[in-house]
Design a protein around this ligand. Structure first.
Ligand SMILES: [Fe+2]
Length: 351
């Protein structure tokens, strides 16, 4: 029998039983969790949702011993990425780090550029486990306030990790800071209050054609909304200062202020010109512009769509819009091309 619950389609045979005690607290769920009431499935948690203590305690208190899971990510892929991050972290020499970088790019390109049968969730889980340093209240309040902002935070921050790797940034503390800054970059749009429908429309318009989001809100003549949108890089960066202890280098959170600036001075909130935007200031932009403003429902084969297809869409618009990420886009293309053409890495080249 086929079921369809909140955009998730599955058969009963695809579900597995998972004991409550096996679900890891403070982690990202590897699948959609269901319970059945009178033969009808009820979705309790989506793949990618944060599993907090309250969730587990609620069902423990009811005497529930197990739930049904529709697995999305692969345990094997999660282990693969986690071990690559560990290798990166424990590499002692610059040469070793460079080899791990190549290995990571190779695996990432095979899984999310070349093939179309992998879920991006495995990478998202590995990044969250390795790099998320913010208090639990950030992830839970973002998740409670907006599924769109939450899933975008997961995707864009994970893409920011790879953007650092592709930029040859080998300092994992810095990578962690970029991950957490990316997680926070749009938090002021909805963490404290609802992420309004019109703001969401403006965000997607701005992402698709830079300048269109601002124009859309100007036409609506809602000054509060316009200011909230135009100032969100500063407001989010100000919020991030509250979490400065979560950063190895708190100044990295200042990059949030730049994620909507453009080389021709038409960006916001400050309208910086080209010479005021360094390459490092653009590190958060890549994940932000690649990831659509919509709720993402993780699937077992969504990796290529999230990475390659969204990248190709962005590539077509970067030429036209003069976004200051042309260099990043070139680096990504070179890295992906190299990784796919190389076949397998020579074992002497593997760290
Ligand atoms: Fe933004």
């Amino acid at each position: 029998m086929d079921y369809s619950v909140k955009g998730i389609t599955f058969t009963r045979d695809q579900l597995e039983l998972v004991r409550l005690s096996e679900i890891v607290e403070n982690s990202i769920s590897s699948g959609h969790l269901f319970t059945f009431v009178k033969e009808r499935p009820f979705l309790l948690l989506r793949a990618g949702d944060f599993v907090d203590q309250d969730f587990l305690e609620k069902y423990q208190a009811r005497g529930v011993e197990s739930l049904y899971i529709l697995k999305v990510s692969s345990e094997q892929d999660l282990r693969k990425f986690k071990s690559l991050f560990t290798k990166f972290k424990t590499s002692k020499t610059e040469l070793e780090k460079r080899r791990v970088k190549d290995e990571l790019i190779k695996v990432f390109a095979d899984d999310f550029w070349k093939h179309s049968d992998k879920s991006f969730l495995s990478f998202v889980q590995a990044c969250f486990e390795q790099f998320y340093n913010l208090p639990e209240e950030v992830v839970t309040s973002l998740q409670d306030s907006s599924t769109t902002l939450y899933s975008r935070a997961l995707l864009s921050s994970s893409l920011s990790v790879m953007n650092c790797v592709i930029h040859s940034i080998h300092d994992l503390n810095f990578v962690s800071d970029v991950y957490n800054a990316a997680f926070l970059m749009d938090c002021s749009l909805g963490m404290k209050e609802d992420f309004s429908y019109f703001l969401k429309v403006a965000c997607e318009k701005e992402r698709s054609v830079p300048g269109d989001g601002i124009a859309f809100l100007r036409n609506r003549s809602d000054l509060d909304e316009l200011i909230k949108f135009q100032e969100h890089p500063n407001l989010s960066a100000d919020l991030a200062t509250k979490y400065s202890e979560s950063f190895f280098n708190p100044e990295v959170s200042e990059l949030i202020r730049f994620h909507h600036e453009r080389a021709d001075g038409t960006g916001f909130p400050n309208g910086y010109k080209y010479s005021a935007i360094a390459e490092s200031d653009t590190l958060l932009m890549f994940g932000d512009y690649v990831t659509p403003f919509e709720e993402h429902i993780f699937k077992s084969s969504d990796g290529k769509e999230i990475v390659k297809e969204n990248f190709m869409r962005l590539l077509r618009q970067v030429e036209k819009s003069q976004l200051p990420i042309k260099n990043s886009m070139d680096l990504w293309q070179q890295a992906m091309k190299w990784a796919i053409n190389i076949g397998t890495l020579d074992q002497s080249e593997v760290a």
